[in-house]
Design a protein around this ligand. Structure first.
Ligand SMILES: [Zn+2]
Length: 229
């Protein structure tokens, strides 16, 4: 039987991660470039700061993602081991527990018991991991992939303002880096909103607004620095 409604959940997870880290790449690198330029630095120093920001940001994103996803995977593995132990030592209790979960989801007690019986006969651990712990294949964490993925998407985001700074030297740099970065951010926000089935304009404005705040603040700091130094 064909499936009519379009579910977006399966693609929101990785897309949200991609948009967030690309967004970080654009905002942090564009702000860095604008701040250093506002302080009156040379083109070489601006690009150097941009490249350093890109590498540092990509590595910190990867490290942060690896650590957070690894600790989630540690927790999942510990829970699964606990479940395995309980199944080996108290199978009847576990069967009752699973039946109660199905009952709480709306099944009649007799049917819930039957379903628990059959699912535990088929794959007891799988049934508990999925229906009791809520760990599904798609949700289970892969630290290395997640780290690599966020480093790559951060780098793509950061490369955009860096490219503009490299192509447009001199007095136009701050304006053009700011405008193009806001455009990139708005497009990213709209893309994420569209994939999630939300309003494109709200998604675009939300992301661009915070990017603009970050760039204005760093430009201000850079300007002050340029004056006092
Ligand atoms: Zn259990």
């Amino acid at each position: 039987m064909s499936h009519h409604e379009i579910h977006r959940l399966h693609r929101v997870g990785w897309l949200r991660a991609a948009v967030l880290s690309a967004n970080d790449g654009i905002v942090s690198t564009a702000s860095l470039i604008i701040g250093v330029a506002a302080a009156g630095a040379t083109q070489t120093s601006i690009l150097l700061a941009g490249v350093a920001g890109l590498v540092a940001g990509a590595m910190s994103m990867a490290a942060g993602e690896y650590v957070s996803v690894s600790s989630q995977s540690d927790t999942e593995n510990a829970d699964i081991a606990l479940e395995k132990h309980s199944l080996e030592h108290d199978f009847e209790f576990e069967k009752e527990e699973l039946a109660q979960i199905y009952e709480s989801r709306g099944l009649e007690p007799a049917l819930a018991g039957q379903v628990a019986d059959q699912l535990m006969a088929h794959d007891a651990l799988g049934a508990h991991v999925r229906d009791e712990l809520g760990i599904t294949d798609t949700a289970s964490s892969q630290p290395v992939q997640a780290a690599f993925f966020s480093a790559v998407t951060f780098t793509i985001g950061a490369a955009l303002p860096l490219l503009v700074a490299w192509l447009v030297p001199g007095s136009q740099l701050i304006t053009l880096v700011a405008c193009t970065s806001l455009l990139f951010l708005a497009s990213l926000g709209a893309l994420a909103a569209q994939a999630g089935g939300a309003s494109l304009s709200i998604g675009a404005i939300r992301v661009a607004f915070w990017g603009a705040v970050a760039m204005v603040l760093t430009a201000g700091v850079g300007r002050v620095f340029g004056i006092v130094s």
